[in-house]
Write a protein that binds this ligand. Structure first.
Ligand code: ATP
Ligand code: MG
Length: 429
């Protein structure tokens, strides 16, 4: 029989890897909360129509990357196309609308973490199941919220030790009102160079010429380099907004580069778009976090016109970058190894382990009935900070010797859960 394998582009993650993941997720959660964002969790499965309406039909995501299938379930769902979410902004908007949380004058600041799915060509930093952290703010039209979201991402990268090796690129796409004139200029320009464009970009020229800036084909990029840029078509209002955002970043001391070619892969962006691009460890998959303003999306999904700004970052790419930079997170070692000298000691260790673990102390204890020598070896290998040896004589004396493994210092503690717990807690680094 053929061995069963994971689905292409989808990874199993083990503890040695997940140490990095938890480090990122924990810091991200702390940072989101520091900036006033609260958590939201939405389903992984959504109606396909949600992404067609939001991300847009002309995008690679909707055009060819979604894991979509017909839901053959009960009467309500039969025949509907559903898909594994390729991103989470649309799901968040759907959820907030459905819960009535985007009524007039509402403000929402939410963050999320979780798996996303896109049928892409798997490579390092580009998976079919990948994981994003992200946040979205609704109701804030002011440049201050663009600045806040960018500052949040910068804070997170700095806390992960990645600020020195990432670059912030920023641009403005303007408002829909300017889009028509701009699109016409693009069609005119790219139309003249049509023969030299890749097949994908010829198609983009028909559907959404802005997407040509996203092309990874060398010739397309050369042609796009000299194309008219959205930033040259900004209205006074959009220009003022952009200038306020860049001035705000300068005030905070966050370095940035204006990149007139930056357009972002989704159709719903307006005004500010930004990317944090890594220099280390990522190869072609160099964008770690990306986002922008999307004032039109809530209305496109059936809500009131609501200004919005957010970002999403890829955990896989953050891990790759952190490994390249070498800022390794430290795994939480056990705090106490219990070693038994005889059968009575073994039963006492079992009881103590249960009670200490009950208050969150990381305890290692032998469960195989091995002799003391083997238990000591395991205790050494475990990296536990303290060890305690317990046998019949200790039980009789109601005391236990607790050894600090690093120094060999021994102190005597009452053989009692609260005394042991206090001893462990007091010595915590
Ligand atoms: P790219 O240009 O690299 O394809 P994107 O524009 O499709 O990225 P977004 O949709 O903006 O990416 O997603 C935000 C972040 O999510 C990216 O910057 C990246 O870190 C991560 N990401 C996106 N797609 C993948 C993927 N297939 N595998 C791993 N991470 C991904
Ligand atoms: Mg992509």
């Amino acid at each position: 029989m053929e061995p069963l394998r994971a689905v292409k582009g989808m990874d199993d993650l083990f503890e040695t890897e997940l140490v990095w993941w938890r480090h990122i997720e924990d810091l991200a959660q702390e940072t989101f909360q520091a900036y006033g964002f609260g958590e939201i969790r939405t389903p992984i499965l959504e109606e396909t129509a949600l992404f067609v309406r939001s991300v847009g039909e002309g995008t690679d995501i909707v055009g060819k990357e979604m894991f979509a299938f017909e839901d053959k379930g009960g009467r309500d769902s039969a025949g509907k196309s559903v898909c594994l979410r390729p991103e989470n902004t649309a799901g968040v908007v759907r959820a907030l609308l459905e819960a009535g949380k985007l009524a007039a004058d509402s403000f929402q600041q939410v963050f999320y973490t979780g798996p996303m799915f896109r049928r892409e060509q798997p490579q390092a930093g580009r998976r079919r199941q990948f994981h994003q952290i992200g946040c979205e703010a609704f109701g804030f039209a002011e440049p201050s919220m663009d600045i806040t979201v960018i500052a949040l991402v910068h804070t997170l990268l700095a806390r992960l030790g990645l600020a020195p090796t990432t670059k912030l690129l920023i641009n403005s796409l303007g408002d829909p009102a300017e889009r028509a004139a701009y699109t016409a200029a693009l069609i005119e320009y790219f139309g003249q160079q049509q023969d030299r464009l890749s097949d994908d970009s010829k198609r983009r020229l028909q559907q959404n010429p802005l997407r040509i800036f996203d092309s990874k084909a060398k010739d397309d990029q050369l042609i796009a380099f000299a194309a008219p840029k959205p930033i040259d078509f900004l209205s006074d209002a959009a220009r003022g907004h952009f200038d306020d955002v860049t001035a705000g970043l300068s005030r905070l001391g966050i370095p940035f580069t204006i990149d007139p070619m930056l357009v972002r892969g989704l159709d719903y962006y307006t005004r500010t778009v930004f990317e944090f691009v890594g220099e280390a460890g990522l190869g072609a998959q160099s964008t770690v976090c990306a986002g922008g303003r999307y004032d039109g999306l809530v209305q496109a999904l059936g809500g009131r016109s609501t200004p919005a700004v957010g970002f999403a970052g890829g955990i896989e790419r953050l891990v790759l970058m952190m490994k390249a930079v070498g800022s390794a997170p430290v795994a939480d070692a056990p705090e106490l190894a219990l070693v038994s000298a005889d059968d009575a000691g073994r039963l006492e260790c079992e009881r103590l382990a249960y009670q200490l673990r009950g208050s969150g102390i990381r305890v290692v204890v032998d469960v195989r009935g091995r002799p003391e020598r083997a238990q000591r070896k395991s205790a050494d290998k475990s990296g536990a900070r303290l060890s305690a040896l317990i046998g019949s004589s200790d039980i009789a004396a109601r005391t236990v010797k607790v050894k600090t493994m690093a120094t060999g210092d021994v102190c005597e503690v009452a053989l009692d859960v609260s005394a042991l717990r206090a001893n462990v807690v007091a010595g915590r680094p």
